[in-house]
Design a protein around this ligand. Structure first.
Ligand code: NAP
Ligand code: GCO
Length: 266
């Protein structure tokens, strides 16, 4: 097989969670361009409809399902429906995620649990739902969308950091348990990416100047810019394809160099 063919996703079925817009949308579009049949889910019908319209406008024949990824019965029902309507899922991208930026001592246990539920429990639920069919088929790729917060902490994101650190370890554990069955589970750790999730950190000040966090991130990133969702597409196609068949339990940080850098000298 030629090296370029190893990157092809022709004939594969890919499920990307929370992919009506943002990082999930870009990754799903890239997997489609590499040949995969794309299926996505979102928690609200309104967003599934918007997602379907956006994919159609980009010439992508995607299938969308309403599903709360924290609800195990709903996830199992969706996976069964996808297998029946589209085929066995070859590639799962656990992308759906939320963040609550609240100082830890002001955060309720209910808020903390909700972040853990969406960002950590849901990837477990979705992976568990697809692995049995992957084993029967003889291969599978699971990509968990991790974060800088899988490695680093910062004020106000205790629940998110706990969940994304846990997701890095869930990634290694899925690799450990199912590597022998030819399932590769890897993570992508995006740096700071321009999406609605990070919009509050980039809001312009009343005088038109940059948000202090925006300036801080540019100073912390050797690439000196925020990431674009397209920056994540090449790494996702690589980890979804046969080209990465001996890469397992790894988190590929796509961060413009943040984790390598101490930050700009004042
Ligand atoms: P986003 O713009 O907020 O999109 C997240 C998506 O997940 C939305 O479509 C959202 O749907 C969906 N979702 C949330 N809860 C869900 C649930 N229970 N069931 C199904 N879908 C659900 O976020 P993003 O910035 O694209 O981030 C995508 C992933 O990358 C997340 O895991 C995030 O933590 C991670 N990440 C982001 C960055 C960044 O800088 N943006 C960096 C590192 C990692 P609704 O809108 O309908 O709620
Ligand atoms: C924050 C951000 C981050 C990013 C991302 C970094 O408030 O610090 O939202 O958590 O979204 O996950 O990789």
């Amino acid at each position: 097989m030629s090296i370029l063919n190893k990157f092809s996703l022709e004939g594969k079925v890919a499920l990307v969670t929370g992919a009506s817009y943002g990082i999930g949308y870009a990754i799903a579009s890239g997997l489609h361009e590499a040949g995969a049949k794309v299926v996505f889910c979102d928690i609200k019908q309104e967003f599934v409809d918007k997602g379907l319209a956006a994919y159609a406008a980009d010439g992508i024949d995607a299938k969308g399902y309403v599903c709360d990824v924290t609800d195990e019965d709903a996830v199992n029902a969706m996976v069964a429906k996808i297998e029946e309507e589209v085929g066995v899922i070859d590639i799962l991208v656990n992308n759906a995620g939320i963040i609550k930026r609240i100082p830890m001592c002001e955060m309720s246990a209910a808020d903390f649990r909700q972040v853990i539920d969406v960002d950590l429990n849901a990837p477990f639920i979705c992976a568990k739902a697809v692995i049995p069919s992957m084993i029967k088929k003889g291969h599978g790729k699971i990509i968990n969308i991790c974060s800088m917060m899988s490695e680093l902490g910062r004020e106000t994101v205790s629940a998110y950091a706990a969940a994304k650190g846990g997701l890095k370890m869930l990634t290694r554990n899925i690799c450990s348990e199912y590597g022998e069955m030819n399932i590769q589970c890897n993570g992508i750790g995006p740096g700071y990416i321009e999406t609605p999730q990070t919009a509050p950190l980039r809001e312009r000040q009343a005088d038109g100047s940059r948000h202090p966090f925006d300036a801080f991130i540019i100073g912390k990133t050797p690439a000196a810019r925020w990431g674009k969702t397209e920056d994540l597409v090449g790494p996702a196609v690589f980890l979804a394809s046969d080209a990465s068949d001996f890469v397992n339990g790894h988190v590929l940080y796509v961060d413009g160099g943040i984790l390598a850098y101490i930050g700009k000298q004042p």
